[in-house]
Ligand binder design. Structure first.
Ligand code: C2E
Ligand code: MG
Ligand code: MG
Ligand code: MG
Length: 293
């Protein structure tokens, strides 16, 4: 019986595998088409300073606008794009779309904060990345300071170290780099010191439990912030969902926050409104201060 069961399990397993593989393959075909037709869209999630709650930037997050399935989240297709090589075209398109968008906002008179674009592991090894990035900025007439890149910390240290030269060239151009999902990878002090980065983003998993009674998350987040500040890095907490978490992050000295509490990732039009709302706040603050001065 056991043997039969084992065999059934195996058949079950291989049937699942086969359907996964064919599903992935179909998705890969469709994704290739979607990139060509222009079915990828970019949403923007604002980042704010923790203390003043002023707009400090936004993260560009890609979505696939599928004609039948609706909006597909990046976790469903970035892996497939990486394994199939489609990632190069995909990210080139995201970068161009972000730069075009910044240009459009600037032309409309908006004060645009730096926009962060995620870079996959595959792409940070592309030697042409700095040159291509420069070309894209030039094409849209943008200063490098409008752009930031995020690279994930879950990469093997070895991989990141191999990419240091490219990252240094980006930094030299004036494009800042953030280390994303910090705490999930294998960072050691010594290699963090070598990285030409300006920002550290604490992974959401540490933020979720921040307000929990049990657990060491407060201590961990406190030490991450201390470490980052010692290395003169700006710290961003990702996945902030409650005021309680906000209060902790403020107390711990976290510089910036990003999360559903402030805003979900939104369409470009909605982000333009967020920029304007932030300017209006500043305007009000100024008027308020006038009689005093
Ligand atoms: P990430 O770079 O860590 O981006 C943050 C993710 O957390 C986003 O998911 C965002 O919507 C989500 N998030 C933000 N605040 C909250 C919160 O308060 N609660 C919860 N539950 N989630 C929150 P999204 O947009 O689904 O993106 C997932 C991942 O896909 C990103 O993680 C990033 O690694 C990847 N990704 C997105 N766009 C690109 C891209 O253009 N290129 C590459 N290589 N990867 C991308
Ligand atoms: Mg990111
Ligand atoms: Mg992140
Ligand atoms: Mg994350």
């Amino acid at each position: 019986i056991a043997k039969n069961k084992g065999k059934n399990c195996y058949q079950q397993y291989s049937a699942n595998m086969a359907s996964r593989i064919s599903e992935d393959f179909q998705m890969q075909e469709e994704l290739g088409e979607a990139i060509k037709i222009g079915h990828l869209v970019v949403h923007y999630q604002p980042k704010y300073s923790t203390r003043e709650r002023r707009l400090t930037g936004a993260e560009a997050l890609v979505r696939w606008q599928h004609p039948e399935k609706g909006l597909i989240a990046p976790d469903r297709f970035i892996g497939i794009a990486e394994r199939s090589g489609l990632i190069h075209g995909l990210e080139a398109q995201v970068l161009d779309s972000v730069c075009a968008q910044i240009r459009q906002w600037l032309d409309a008179g908006l004060v645009v904060p730096p926009i962060s674009v995620n870079l996959s592991a595959v792409r940070i090894h592309d030697e042409d990345l700095p040159t291509r990035t420069k070309a894209c900025l030039d094409r849209h007439g943008l200063d490098a300071s409008y752009l930031m890149f995020e690279i994930t910390e879950s990469l093997a240290v070895r991989e990141i170290l191999r990419a240091i030269e490219a990252l240094k060239r980006l930094s030299a151009m004036g494009v800042n780099v953030a280390l994303d999902d910090f705490g999930t990878g294998y960072s050691s002090l010594s290699y963090l010191r070598q990285l030409p980065i300006q920002q550290l983003k604490i992974d959401r998993s540490f933020i979720i439990d921040l307000a929990a009674k049990e657990g060491d998350h407060v201590a961990i987040v406190r030490s991450i912030i201390g470490l980052a500040h010692a290395l003169r890095l700006h710290v961003v907490a990702e996945g902030v969902e409650t005021e309680e978490q906000m209060a902790f992050l403020d107390k711990l000295g976290c510089d910036e926050v990003q999360g559903f509490l402030m805003s979900k990732p939104v369409e470009p039009e909605a982000f333009a409104a967020i920029i304007e709302a932030d300017r209006a706040r500043e305007g009000k603050a100024k008027i308020h201060r006038l009689p005093v001065a």
